[in-house]
Design a binder for this molecule. Structure first.
Ligand code: HEM
Ligand SMILES: [Ca+2]
Length: 641
């Protein structure tokens, strides 16, 4: 049950604490006599209100204290293995280790998620938050979704300013920052499995506007145990590196990184100009003659075409830059070309995030308040080795999921003159790479052009039916509700309720950032203001000035992105011994997502600001008239001088 979504073996090695509790102290592994005694003990302590896990904790503690060989009682499992770092190594380790030389595991893949606030599990330590202040069950997440998140109109309300690429880039970025493995397959937690401890299905009310069954399957996130006071408590895991390091392009493990490389001229593998063949990854084929599962640094690449196309964009950009640098430095070997190119692509990704993407999410005021803006020119050394930037639980399980509200019901392709050439309902594209690959790389190029030209759905409390009713629709008609899952996931992770986050952010502990209708609806769903789930409370807030999220999510997102910047030794603006020269940094800062598009895909014209809808104030321009970084500065002589 501790299986990770992509590689259970790696998880077991790096997270021995999980395996210790599951095998060493597994009831099934006990002798029949011991199991009998254990059952009686569990029964006796249950009368005293002590749970089995707490009993286990006390027994292990007692055992350790009586064991002369045990100096450090490994209550929740042994500490992770010590890592030795080479401070002279010039590049990022692919698994994120040794970025922080003082704390080598900070931000590393396959480590536990950290928290802004301690968890609020029902039993204090691991059972989901499912009861309200009055000790009665919280409302079903599908009820929450029906009342708060339903689109009651037949049409989509579009964002007046942002395009689909803004949504897609958010999803792509999120997959660089976090991947929370789950304990089992998504669709196995109803019916006979409903009571399994790893299951956390969502009850569907009888009068549901869409679903006719009563159970939506969902399994709990995988976890590790961490000592909290006198208990071993559940913490979720991050399978990928927390750094903004394009781990979704390059992978979060050596094995993955190798599989993606050609080992020639620093380039990454492709297939007919599209993403490389991923072999056995999970996906469905529409046409067995053309389709294949795409491979990338992140396993979720096949979830939906808009995402796959952004993966291709960055793969192409890598290969384009590798080509430029190789011409300038004919003596460089494959490894140097690969690592130097990876450093440039990562730097440009970071720049696009902070310069173009983030201000449109949290608004200019919050950007300035938290010091998130890149400096206009030159270095901006902000590294602080005491900041642990690991992706926070509330950021992953709630705040950065705001983007689900921007998703529209269709996936499309446009031609070079920005006319629609293909369109599919989103539910017909989930886990199906067909739309990205049927015409080689050109299919994904068409998807990218569409994303520049069409508006995203407005980021508000309304979710389109393609994600709220028809997420991951199967041939048998079963499907899921994404915002309901988000609410349930927050409970699974023991996220404290909304009001606690208002307090954490220094905001008034009431509904003052909600308009009248939203307040009424919240009161319709929740019996007590203190019960409101973080996702439900924050998604219904009015947005901050110039942004698309309310003050609570703006605060959590801003804090997390400040950590991504200050806690990264390789932050692109840092003046450090392995960093860029000041002149190179100036070139990096000339890059925009529009320039990335021009240099990677078949377009003649792009909009000046790539996340904003084409208009008189954001016209399309010829690629040849855009400013692009000047790669000559990467000629070795220039670098050493
Ligand atoms: C078509 C677009 C999208 C689809 C189909 C999609 C689907 C999903 C699904 C199924 C999950 C896992 C839910 C769970 O079991 O808890 C998820 C997680 C998540 N999504 Fe999306 N998503 C999309 C777009 C976005 C966007 C635009 C953003 C942000 C701007 C975003 C941010 C996240 C985050 C932060 C997570 C948590 C990841 C983790 O912890 O592993 N997603 N999404
Ligand atoms: Ca990463």
């Amino acid at each position: 049950i501790f299986q990770s979504s992509n590689n259970s073996i790696d998880t077991a090695i790096l997270l021995p604490d999980v395996t210790v509790l599951s095998t060493k102290y597994d009831r099934a592994a006990m002798t029949p006599e011991l199991r009998h005694v254990w059952r009686i003990l569990v029964f006796i302590v249950a009368v005293l209100g002590i749970q089995e896990l707490q009993l286990l904790f006390l027994v292990v503690k007692w055992y350790n204290s009586n064991d002369p060989g045990s100096k450090t009682p490994e209550i929740c499992g042994p500490a992770p293995p010590e890592v030795t770092c080479d401070p002279l190594y010039k590049y990022r380790n692919v698994d994120g280790s040794c970025n922080n030389l003082k704390h080598p595991a900070w931000g590393q893949s396959k480590t536990k998620q950290h928290r802004f606030l301690p968890p609020r599990y029902d039993d204090g330590c691991e059972s989901p938050r499912q009861t309200g202040y009055d000790h009665l069950p919280l409302p079903s997440p599908r009820d929450v979704s029906n009342i708060l998140f339903q689109n009651r109109n037949s049409t989509t309300t579009h964002d007046p300013k942002l395009n689909i690429l803004h949504m897609s880039f958010g999803q792509f970025l999120d997959h660089d920052l976090v991947l929370t493995p789950v304990t089992g397959g998504l669709l196995s937690c109803c019916g006979e499995h409903i009571d399994r401890p790893e299951c956390i299905p969502i009850h569907i009310p009888s009068q549901d506007p869409f679903f006719t069954n009563s159970c939506m399957p969902l399994s709990r996130s995988a976890w590790t145990y961490v000592e909290h006071g006198h208990n071993c408590c559940r913490e979720q895991i991050n399978d990928v590196t927390s750094f903004i390091d394009a781990s979704n392009v390059y992978g979060s493990s050596e094995q993955k990184a190798k599989a993606l490389r050609t080992f020639q001229n620093g380039t990454l593998r492709d297939r007919n100009g599209g993403l490389p063949d991923g072999g056995t990854s999970k996906c469905v084929f529409n046409d067995v003659t053309t389709d294949y599962c795409q491979d990338a640094g992140d396993v979720r690449v096949n979830v939906v075409p808009n995402l796959g196309s952004v993966h291709l964009l960055f793969l192409r950009y890598h290969n384009y830059i590798a080509g430029q640098i190789a011409t300038l430095n004919p003596s460089w070997d494959d490894e140097t070309l690969y690592q130097e190119t990876r450093a440039i692509v990562t730097a440009i990704l970071q720049h696009v995030v902070y310069k173009e993407y983030l201000p449109l999410v949290v608004g200019d005021e919050v950007m300035a308040e938290y010091g998130l803006n890149p400096s206009p020119a030159g270095y901006n050394t902000v590294y602080d080795e005491d900041i642990n930037l690991s992706t926070r639980n509330a950021f992953a399980a709630a705040a950065f999921r705001f983007g689900h509200s921007q998703v529209t019901n269709h996936q499309k392709q446009y031609n070079k003159t920005y006319f629609e050439i293909a369109s599919l309902n989103i539910e017909d594209t989930y886990h199906s790479p067909h739309f990205c690959v049927y015409n080689g790389g050109t299919s994904s190029e068409g998807i990218l052009r569409w994303q520049l030209a069409e508006q995203a759905a407005k980021s508000d409390r309304v979710f389109e039916s393609g994600v709220r009713d028809r997420l991951f629709r199967e041939p048998d008609g079963t499907s899921l509700d994404l915002p309901a899952i988000n609410v349930q996931r927050g409970r699974d992770h023991g996220l404290p309720p909304y009001i606690k986050w208002r307090e954490f952010c220094g905001l008034s502990v009431n509904l003052s950032d909600h308009s009248y209708t939203e307040k009424l609806d919240l009161k319709n769903v929740y019996r007590d203001i203190r019960d409101i789930d973080l996702y439900a409370g924050a998604m219904t807030e009015l947005p901050v000035p110039g942004g698309i999220v309310g003050p609570t999510f703006a605060c959590l997102i801003a804090r997390q992105f400040l950590m991504y910047k200050k806690g990264d030794r390789f932050w692109y603006e840092n003046n450090h011994r392995h960093g860029f020269t000041e002149d190179q940094l100036t070139e990096i800062k000339k890059a925009t997502l529009s320039s990335v598009l021009c240099q990677s895909i078949d377009v003649d014209q792009v909009s000046l600001r790539a996340f904003i809808i084409i208009s008189d104030t954001n016209p399309t321009v010829n690629c040849s008239s855009l400013i692009h970084p000047y790669w000559t500065l990467w000629r070795e002589k220039a670098k050493t001088s």
